[in-house]
Design a protein around this ligand. Structure first.
Ligand code: GLP
Length: 241
């Protein structure tokens, strides 16, 4: 595990964006595992700026997003499909046919999860996986559980996750109760994993996940065992380690 200390959110975003830029420069047809949430928003801003400056070209990359709310159509502003287009894809030259997000409108979980796992395999796995972390230690939507779930699966979201994500919705009741998420296998098999953490609210879970035991009760803790895991955090998020 490599730890990079950033001063603040902007510094964290720049440092993470630099790693992604280097990845795409060295391997233009990289498979990028991408994430949503407040933590990576600044990274996408940096990458769009780099693209506009002619410093990076996304025309050959394939993107495979981590997760999507079950039942959520793409055009809904709360969908992760929408988030990714709004913050990143619409502003750079990623080829639309190379964008992959689980299909929330396929209500047949078994079918959709199998499709997504086959797709990840067909692309040869992920070169660089970007992650945030939930307050309960979730990655993607891999929630605390008795065992790690390997493949893409449908999860019932934890109350704390619904609570955290309600800020994007008009009211808490609107937050979907279920989501599709990539499993732990695809994340752990990614060649590189980069996680960004920001703010004092994440300080406790950062300590638990990366300085405590590896346990499925704190899903992110498995990353301690990844051979190329980089944790980039700001001073507040690292205030308890
Ligand atoms: C959501 C996403 C995760 C993300 C987490 C933390 O639940 N499914 O991928 O890491 O929230 O989000 P934030 O970065 O906004 O704290």
């Amino acid at each position: 595990m490599r730890i990079i200390r950033a001063k603040d959110y902007a510094d964290m975003s720049r440092k993470a964006a630099n790693i992604i830029r280097a990845q795409v420069t060295m391997k233009p047809d990289s498979v990028l595992g991408l994430a949503t949430g407040g933590s990576p928003e600044g990274i996408y801003k940096e990458l769009v700026a780099a693209y506009n400056n002619g410093d990076v070209d996304f025309s050959e990359i394939t993107s495979i997003n981590l997760d999507e709310y079950k039942g959520m159509p793409r055009e809904n502003e709360q969908s992760y499909w929408y988030f990714m287009h709004d913050h990143f894809f619409n502003h750079v030259n990623v080829r639309p046919q190379k964008i992959n997000v689980p299909d929330g409108t396929n209500l047949n979980s078994e079918e959709e999860c199998a499709r997504y796992d086959q797709l990840i395999e067909a692309k040869g796995g992920i070169d660089l996986q970007l992650l945030g972390i939930g307050f309960d230690g979730h990655i993607g939507f891999n929630e605390p559980a008795d065992t790690f779930t390997l493949g893409t699966h449908c999860v019932d979201l934890e109350e704390s996750t619904i609570e955290a994500n309600k800020r994007y919705f008009e009211k808490k009741e609107d937050v979907p109760r279920q989501a599709y998420t990539m499993g732990i296998k695809a994340i752990m098999q990614a060649k590189k994993v980069v996680m960004v953490v920001s703010g004092s609210g994440k300080a406790d879970i950062v300590r638990q996940a990366f300085f405590g035991p590896v346990t499925p009760q704190v899903p992110a803790s498995i990353l301690q065992m990844h051979p190329d895991f980089t944790l980039i955090g700001d001073e507040e998020a690292f205030s308890k380690i």
